[in-house]
Design a protein around this ligand. Structure first.
Ligand code: NAD
Length: 456
């Protein structure tokens, strides 16, 4: 017979029962959680073992239940989702830690080889070849364009999401409702690029028929560089726009904490002979990936990119990741509220329009406790429905700007899309993409953890 429990022990037991049922893993007991329960590691292990003996995997516990803390309403409830079960799987980071990359790995790789490696990583966790290739197309494009934060650097996140079944690598999007020029899509929790390509292709089709196509989706995942989708329309001679919401990382002007994502906006417009205007920008000072890249290199970040957890501007990349990013413009004095407004605008078209998650409701960055349910929007506009000569005027304006006398002779005036074009040319001249050695060592370990061929 069990001995009588104190009220505190009873509460601990009830709460742990629910946690163990919902999560089936003591791993989920964070240090903070243990503290709240007044348990040390040993107590936790023995309590979990005792409780496991009465745990039935077939139990019909609702995983979406909010489990109250034993400390009552003063603490946040813990959200247990269906996908919490995925924490039973070995973590990729643990698997990677078993390997040490050899010295002297090359830092330059052919574009096709990087693509092959990415596809192999994704298929190794069960993604169909075509979906893996769609993702690799976007990630390789990011690296070729010089946006290293959104290429190879981001691959492990997608691998993890699919491995942990928090994103469905097999899923195909479906149309929920549509008119001649609009559609609402459900991404069905598929890979972001699979959903994004589907939506933009639908918007392009509608734009060719009616002049404009506007497609919103919910149920999507991280889709990579927003420019990939706007450029897809521009390749067809159309103006393209794409926006996505993302995990809350950006603090509204005057706030200490994040409430909005880095919510990128991309608008592309065709110029003459493929010389296109491609604006592709986060609505914060820099995308979080750029801070991650600096952290990977153990380098400081410039002042004005991020605030620390106390709301103070920081130059420490790790502190910046723990605090919040600043909206485009930075502090209020530098009109940061305009970037804040643009971030809200993205949400109007994404989470709010599509009925997906929005703002602070989007799951936390790199969390895999539940589906992302991101909102995204894609617009295609046919300029031939308006005044003739769009491409001529577009090129004329871009060339006017480029030909202006620069303030610094060594830095010619550019237009949006030029820095990326220059980077693509450099990759072509170099015969491959050059990465930081830390990135290469990390990718080597990921290959070993997944049992696939590293990049050669
Ligand atoms: N999917 C996501 O969750 C997500 C979130 C944030 C950012 N992103 C992506 O990250 C990438 C990087 O975003 P970013 O804001 O750091 O980009 P960035 O600041 O490097 O560039 C933003 C834009 O400014 C243009 N530009 C740069 N220098 C210029 C100059 N001197 N003159 C004229 N134009 C110039 C670029 O061509 C680009 O269009 C983008 O592709 C974006 O879509 C994705």
């Amino acid at each position: 017979m069990p001995h009588a429990l104190t009220r505190r022990q009873h509460l601990q037991k009830m709460w742990l029962t629910q946690v163990v049922r919902g999560c089936a893993a003591k791993r989920l007991m964070t240090r903070r959680t243990r503290k709240l329960c007044g348990l040390d590691n040993e107590q936790l292990t023995s309590t979990t073992q005792q409780l496991s003996s009465c745990y039935h995997p077939s139990s019909s516990t609702s995983y979406s239940n909010r489990v109250p803390s034993p400390l009552g309403n003063s603490r946040s409830p813990i959200l247990l989702s269906r996908s919490s079960l995925s924490t039973k799987m070995p973590q990729l980071s643990d698997e990677k830690a078993k390997f040490t990359a050899p010295d002297g790995l090359s830092t330059k790789y052919r574009v096709e080889e990087v693509h092959r490696y990415m596809v192999d990583c994704m298929t190794a966790v069960g993604t169909p070849q075509a979906h893996a290739a769609a993702l690799a197309d976007v990630l390789v494009a990011a690296d070729r364009r010089g946006h290293y934060s959104h290429g190879l650097n981001r691959l492990e996140m997608y691998v993890n999401d699919v491995k942990q079944k928090v994103c469905d690598g097999n899923a195909e999007p479906t149309i929920t409702k549509e008119s001649v020029s609009t559609a609402l899509v459900n991404g069905n929790n598929g890979l972001g690029p699979v959903v994004g390509n589907f939506c933009m292709d639908l918007a392009i089709k509608k734009a060719k028929e009616t002049g404009i196509g506007w497609v919103c989706t919910r149920g999507s995942n991280h889709y990579g560089i927003a420019g990939w989708y706007s450029m897809r329309a521009t390749k067809e001679g159309l103006l393209g726009m794409s926006v996505t919401n993302t995990s809350p990382l950006v603090a509204p002007t005057r706030a200490k904490k994040a409430a909005l994502g880095t919510n990128p906006i991309s608008v592309s417009a065709p110029g003459k002979d493929g010389d296109d205007f491609v604006l592709d920008m986060a609505t914060c000072v820099v995308a979080v990936g750029k801070i991650e890249v600096e952290r990977r290199k153990n380098k400081p970040i410039p002042e004005g990119w991020a605030i620390d957890k106390d709301g103070q501007i920081t130059t420490d990349a790790t502190e910046g990741m723990q605090g919040a990013l600043m909206p485009l413009g930075g502090p209020e004095l530098h009109s940061g509220y305009k970037g804040y407004g643009l971030g809200m605008l993205v949400e109007v078209f994404c989470g709010i329009m599509s009925g997906g998650q929005y703002g602070p409701n989007v799951r936390k960055w790199m969390n895999t406790d539940r589906e992302a349910d991101l909102g995204q929007a894609f617009m295609a506009l046919d300029p031939s429905f308006f005044a003739p000569g769009f491409e001529d005027r577009m090129s004329d304006l871009m060339n006017h700007c480029r030909n202006m006398e620069p303030a610094d002779a060594s830095k010619p005036v550019l237009v949006a899309g030029d820095p990326e074009r220059q980077h693509i040319n450099k990759v072509e001249q170099d015969g491959g993409i050059t990465y930081h050695i830390n990135q290469i060592n990390d990718s080597w370990k990921l290959a070993k953890a997944l049992g696939i061929k590293p990049m050669e």
